[in-house]
Structure formats: C-alpha cells, structure tokens
Design a protein around this ligand. Structure first.
Ligand SMILES: NC(=O)c1ccc[n+]([C@@H]2O[C@H](COP(=O)([O-])OP(=O)(O)OC[C@H]3O[C@@H](n4cnc5c(N)ncnc54)[C@H](OP(=O)(O)O)[C@@H]3O)[C@@H](O)[C@H]2O)c1
Length: 291
C-alpha cells in the first residue's frame, strides 16, 4: 500500500504539533515528514517552497502559530507573519496540487460576549491582535481556492511533551497548599491527543471547511484546578481570582466554549468530556504523583 506523505509543520516542538506527530506516526498508512528549525525557518518562504516542492506531500498539517496573545499586542508584525502570511504562503504553494491542507485556529477569533457555545458559522469578532491574525489566517484558506482543506478551531489545549497550563496547575498543586485560579473566563479544555485523533478522522473522511474540535463540556481554570486536585488526591485549596492578567485589558474572550454539533454530525461520535480526558492525561503522565 502506498503511504500518504504527511508534513507536520510545528510537529517537532509545538504542543499540538507533537500530539499530531505521535498519532500520525502510529498509523501505517502515513509517512511522517518533520523538520527542525535548525534545518530551515518556515518563515523563510523561499526555503519553505523548495522544501514542499521537493517532498510533494499528500497532506500538510500546519500547527505553527505565534501563540503568545500578550506579546502579539506588542509585536503585531510577527503575529501576522506567522499566523497570516505563513498560511497564505502555504495555500499559494499548494494551490495547483492535490495536497490536503489542515490548519489550526482558535476560539479567540470570537469576542466571547455570549453564553452559548460558538458554532462554526457564527460571526468572528476578535478583540486582540492575536485573534485578528488567526482570523486572517483562516481567511487565507477559505478564500484560497484549494479543493482539499479544513480548519480546526480549538480552545485551551493541554497534553504531553510541551508546556501548557494544565502542567502549570499540576506543578502548583504538587508544591503548594493553595492555588489561585481565574474563575471569570470559561472555555472548552481540550486534550491534544484527542484533538490529533479527530484531526486524523476528519482527514480520512475528507472533511472540507471549518470544524470545532474540543472535548465536551466547559470549565473555568478554577474548575480545572479543582479537578486536578481531586484526581491527584492532594490537599490544596483553590482561591478564585477574577482577572488573570490586567495587562491584557479583557482581550481574552470571557466565553470561549465551542459547539461540536457539526463534528458529531459529520463523524457520528461525540468527543469525550474534558474531565475524562484529563483523568487519562494525569493517570498516564503523572501516575507517580497520584496519592
Ligand atoms: N495553546 C493554546 O492555548 C491554543 C488555544 C487555541 C488554539 N490553539 C491553536 O493551536 C495551534 C497550535 O498551537 P500550540 O498550542 O501547539 O502552540 P505551540 O506549542 O506554541 O507551538 C507552536 C509551533 O509554532 C512554531 N513557531 C512559532 N513561532 C514561530 C516562528 N516565528 N518561526 C517558526 N516556527 C514558529 C513553534 O516552534 P518553536 O517551538 O521551535 O518556536 C511551535 O512548533 C495554533 O494554531 C493555535 O492557534 C492554541
């Protein structure tokens, strides 16, 4: 059987990229091709073009992202370069090929001023430089005349092998008897390995368009911290705080829950709850710390 060649941009170091690399590497139908920053910089568009022409991949998964909303406010050029110009360039390179492009985006394209989950067709209204740069990246695919593409919007990813907020919570819980966590913002915590599995399922079923991919349910950081404490069996008090970072002046949407009805209709299955996913993460990656 001929294997599909899959290039994962961001697959060696990114949180979601690493989960994608793990899941795709387990499937014998795919040949994984990863590169490192030391080989070339993806923002060197001439090198990127050369690289993709040389491989002629069947699938490109773009998990590269300037993912620092705070810094993006100070450095909009870099946010735009990575989150908009890069996907635009990839679309341009793939336009005349039969390659599938999968791109990752965020709940931060919405303003978060509501209290029912956002569906794919809801009107974006980003409040931050980061959100706007990600929206422009989405538009590069939507208007790019590709025949095979989809965008995955997700929120609050956590998982193994790269820094993330759940690891920070776990570390604090293990080392302290009190943890301060924001209770104001609510979103859909998402296990990166579930996200990667759904990416593969969408690809195999030839999805086109935008898909929300998150674990079921919603939570604030307070609720996640409490669940971590319960799963680890530790004594730690959660102290709710309102503002996670005053310097962002409300640029993080207060409500970032994503509706997965379209995913359920298309694949015929509902993602498990974030609590079940968190349990699996803690029991497989922090087993020695469970009391
Ligand atoms: N993390 C979140 O809270 C969150 C929430 C919702 C949606 N998402 C979406 O999920 C996707 C992946 O995010 P993630 O959490 O996996 O992010 P991540 O862990 O920060 O990974 C981002 C990847 O992009 C690469 N990258 C960033 N800037 C670069 C640059 N200037 N030049 C070359 N490579 C660069 C990084 O490489 P190096 O490590 O080598 O720099 C890394 O491989 C993004 O589309 C993001 O919008 C993330």
């Amino acid at each position: 059987m001929k294997k599909s060649k899959v290039v994962i941009l961001g697959g060696k170091r990114g949180l979601i990229g690493k989960a994608l690399s793990y899941v795709f590497s387990k499937d014998p139908g795919y040949e994984l091709i990863l590169h490192d920053k030391s080989e070339f910089d993806v923002l060197d568009f001439a090198k990127l073009t050369e690289y993709l022409i040389d491989i002629k991949p069947d699938v490109v998964l773009n998990a590269v992202s300037y993912n620092l909303p705070l810094s993006a406010e100070e450095n909009p050029e870099m946010a735009n370069r990575v989150n908009f110009e890069l996907p635009k360039k990839i679309v341009e390179i793939l336009k005349h090929w039969d390659t599938y492009l999968v791109h990752f985006s965020t709940y931060m394209v919405f303003d978060g001023k509501r209290n029912v989950p956002y569906a794919e067709e809801d009107k974006p209204n980003p409040k931050s430089v980061y959100g706007l740069s990600k929206l422009k990246g989405e538009e590069a695919l939507i208007n790019g005349n590709l025949t095979k593409w989809f965008i995955i919007r997700t929120s609050w990813p956590f998982g193994p092998w790269a820094a993330n907020y759940v690891d920070d919570i776990i570390k604090t819980v293990l080392e302290n008897d009190k943890i301060c966590a924001c209770h104001k913002n609510i979103a859909s915590p998402t296990y990166t390995l579930d996200l990667a599995e759904y990416t593969q399922k969408l690809l195999k079923k030839k999805a086109i368009g935008i898909y929300n991919v998150v674990n079921s349910g919603q939570a604030s950081l307070c609720e996640i911290a409490q669940e971590v404490i319960n799963l680890l069996g530790r004594h730690c008090v959660v102290k709710p705080v309102v503002e996670e970072d005053r310097s962002m002046q409300g640029k993080f949407p207060e409500y970032g829950v994503l509706d997965v009805s379209k995913l359920i209709d298309f694949l015929g299955e509902k993602p498990r709850s974030w609590m079940l996913a968190l349990r699996e993460y803690i029991f497989s990656h922090y087993k020695n710390h469970v009391e």
